[in-house]
Design a binder for this molecule. Sequence first.
Ligand SMILES: Cc1cc2nc3c(=O)[nH]c(=O)nc-3n(C[C@H](O)[C@H](O)[C@H](O)COP(=O)(O)OP(=O)(O)OC[C@H]3O[C@@H](n4cnc5c(N)ncnc54)[C@H](O)[C@@H]3O)c2cc1C
Length: 753
Amino acid sequence: MESLGNALKSIYHTLSRTCNIVDCCSGVRSCNQFVFPCIRCCSYGNRRVFYNYDGTETVQPLVDYFKPSNKVAKMNLVKGMSLPKERLRIGLTAVEQIAEVVRYAHENDLRLRAVGSGASWSKLTNVRDILIDMRDLTRIVRASPQNTDGSIYHIEVQGGKILHDFVREIDSKYGMSLPCMGNYAGQTIAGIISTSTHGTGQDYPTMSNFVIEVHMVVARGIQIKVRLPKNGEAEEDFESVTRRVEAAKFGDPPLEIQSTEVFRAVAVGFGSLGVIYSVTLECIPVFNIAETRQYIDIEWPEKSEEFRIPEELRALSKGHGKFFSFFVNPFPRGGDEKNENGNRTLKAVYLSGEKTLETGTCQCNMCMDMQCFTCTGCRGQSACQIVQTDCSASCFQMITRFMPCSLAYFADCGLQQFARGKIYIQRWYNVLTFTNGNIHVKTAEYCVPLSNLDGALRDILKIMQQYGEMFGSYTLLPVYVRMVKADDLYLSPANRNRMDGSTSDRFCFIEVPFLPGAYGIDEFHKKIEDHLYANYKARPHWSKNNFLNHKRVQQLYPELEKWKQIYLLFNRDGTFDNEFTRKCGFEDFHPTDDETVDDHRWRGEHGKCCSCERLDSGANTGGADVNVECGAQSRIDDRDSGSNLSSNGGSRTVEAVVEDVRAELWVKRDSGRHVSPCSCDDSTLRIPMGKSGAIVQQPTRSSLPPLFVERTPLAADMREVVESAARHGCGAESQQGSDTYPHPLPTVKSTLV
Ligand SMILES: Cc1cc2nc3c(=O)[nH]c(=O)nc-3n(C[C@H](O)[C@H](O)[C@H](O)COP(=O)(O)OP(=O)(O)OC[C@H]3O[C@@H](n4cnc5c(N)ncnc54)[C@H](O)[C@@H]3O)c2cc1C
């Protein structure tokens, strides 16, 4: 009987996978998606490629693609490495393999990054030289009960373990669980905590908060174990941590660090602080959840300013311990369908879960593994994997292209199917996850204080409707709202501290997902992000589609400076930097080799101090100045380029012109790093630079102008310009936080004075 069940399962899974292949062949998806499953297996010129979740981001590391393993390694690990014979004879354990590769990267000035299953966007997994794929490190290292009744366990697990496997294993072996999780479980444990992945429920913070210890390899291949001190335990101060990390030698036993300050930084580190080898999670006894899914109407007033989420939802969202979330179709049905107040309605489904002692309505493997709808205890048609495929999704998306008027109808039908009359009772992880990641979505998510939910949701819905009307750009997927408890992790989107000094105890995440094939997804997400930033200082999800840059990160995270200290300590030589850290301006934190900058002021009419914090702290100026001025419009002159400046030595001044919009001017320093000297508005800037040629050409790269100069009026061009700037070793990025999009890039002129 069991073997028949397994056979059925495997046919079923093959069938659902086949649906995706058929979809690709029929070419209904966008071009990138079209070739995706086929190119996933390919490698170009023997260089392995890492794809993110939907194949829209690919990484081809220049040096090597390395997969540490639990087998003892007795060979050189990456191209070019040459370990002593004695070392190879003894062999390297998994964590030693990682440490060796990090040391190798450090010694050869290479960039390196660890990745999980690639369930992220926003260039997080991008890396230049060496990519470390952690997915073979899947062991549970240690599980220790913390009290006599065994109701709390500390479980250490290797960073590459997939969440789906982890929660099942700790349930079957120890009867343990995590407090909550997101709606998908295909990520790795280290990936989840690195980006502050969240589930839903007002009493549950993001999953990074379930961690109590992180074992990681930081710059120079030094191993550290950062532990969150328990109540009453001693705290190590940061000076002492710095001293010990700097004095540590390669090959020393892991440095034990017990510091809340350090922990709050590494718990959300994006892989930019080091490679996480293992994570210790605090686990609680396994539980069941009884879930209700209700299909409801939400009134969409003629004057959208009057929009409020219904009291029913508000009450549920405040309920203690509820796993509460809701979906809403942004498009009201047209025609005469109005409620008694004369307003149109939006269809929504809320999901509300409560812990329960009752057992599952159905425990059979068919229901759990296949998520079909063959018996009364199952979850319903919408959970069926054969329904949840790119094929079905993109067919629907295509229909809406041809018949936009049918869109609201289709989305409502989807929601109706998703709602379920019966209460569904199952293990917590079977309830909280409702996608196996079969459908590839491009999604963005914004975190705002719960008190801003009405306003932020209203604005998103309004923008979605306007966008649909103006550009025919619709998504079939509903907007998804989840609740999260605030935390103290420095770069968690749910960090309780706000820039204006206020605090918030509860946050909500509002997700705006698109199916592949929808038009203008990036432009659309940017429009929403800009608006929510300007009006609510919304923090975008780090790993979803976002347009964060340094200025924004600074404006959103009041504790960025504290994170920066730990970033500079653990990523001292920039080993873990990548395009994401560059985009967010973290690379600028590194002091340049022969100089640091202490003074950064507005010059000219403004005469006030610049708010740009990354250049302000007390170090040496060390020499000549570069002045950047506003006003003119021509391309940068070759005479002003890096080589001239570097050969001059001594006093140098560069004038640059920035017009109209806030802009970042990227300067290439002789350390090889790109330094963004300032963000400015129509102003003259004073940027102190180092003595020994602050702007020079790197010998290994071809002609790098010190300031990238371009002028373009179009959004599409803007990306091209930024990419082109990056290719030239410089950058230029629009910073304006308004919703006037597209907007022009600044014109910059630089002159040697
Ligand atoms: C279908 C789907 C559903 C999702 N649902 C949710 C949700 O419900 N809630 C939510 O908050 N998010 C959700 N996400 C986002 C997802 O949880 C995060 O993007 C998560 O970081 C992905 O984990 P990963 O293992 O795939 O990591 P990757 O995408 O591979 O990497 C993400 C980041 O983690 C770093 N990293 C990974 N492993 C290591 C390591 N060992 N050491 C150091 N750094 C490391 C990488 O450098 C990178 O910066 C979803 C994503 C998808 C595709």
